[in-house]
Design a protein around this ligand. Sequence first.
Ligand SMILES: *[C@@H]1O[C@H](CO)[C@@H](O)[C@H](O)[C@H]1NC(C)=O
Ligand SMILES: *[C@@H]1O[C@H](CO)[C@@H](O)[C@H](O)[C@H]1NC(C)=O
Ligand SMILES: *[C@@H]1O[C@H](CO)[C@@H](O)[C@H](O)[C@H]1NC(C)=O
Ligand SMILES: [Cu+2]
Length: 195
Amino acid sequence: MPALIEFPSCLLLALSFFFFLLNAFIVTTAAEIFTVGDENGWTMQVNYGAWTDKHNFTVGDILEFKYTRTEHNVYEVTKEVYQSCNASSGGVLAKYQTGNDQIELKEAKKHWFICEIDGHCLGGMRLAVDVAERQPTAAGTGSSGGGAGEPVPVSGGGGGNSGDSSCGWSNRSYAFGRCCSLFVYLVLVSACIWK
Ligand SMILES: *[C@@H]1O[C@H](CO)[C@@H](O)[C@H](O)[C@H]1NC(C)=O
Ligand SMILES: *[C@@H]1O[C@H](CO)[C@@H](O)[C@H](O)[C@H]1NC(C)=O
Ligand SMILES: *[C@@H]1O[C@H](CO)[C@@H](O)[C@H](O)[C@H]1NC(C)=O
Ligand SMILES: [Cu+2]
């Protein structure tokens, strides 16, 4: 009886499918890449306060600073330095100067960034982002979102990243990257059901 032999593997398949669904839901709310200043990039004459107000930042998101390497830089600083625009007596937490810096927001707290070139910070090149804890959402894991704030693993492991480009989708969101495997599972499961 082939059906008896096939049944457990079908069950296994269905189970892993559900795992993938769950995974996809969590991943939908996972890491986003924000290009600071959008098409303007990191430069003078941009209102970064207005830019920040348009977005919500959560742990795991990435800030991408794009600028001319010889003209600007990015320092992560303390609140004091952000306010004074004077980094000469400390308060610098990290320095970036590649012209295309991708900075992961790793902690749920306020982060402050300035351009440290003379006059640029006072001229508007400063950014304050309030980073929120990542909350479980639609997946139903924990749900109800009480007061707690347990961090949720952002991705199901290293495998997620390599899968990103396999679908030909841009790297906007990990969720799209998973579409291939999800699709394969769907096909396999329906094949099992229709047998
Ligand atoms: C940011 O979060 C607030 C409150 O949760 C929500 O009302 C708003 O629509 C969100 N904005 C974006 C751009 O997601
Ligand atoms: C920056 O701070 C240093 C040390 O506190 C001080 O000597 C310097 O005058 C300040 N620079 C400006 C432009 O205020
Ligand atoms: C996607 O990733 C590639 C290489 O990793 C990069 O060149 C490209 O700019 C990224 N696209 C977006 C929309 O971030
Ligand atoms: Cu600058």
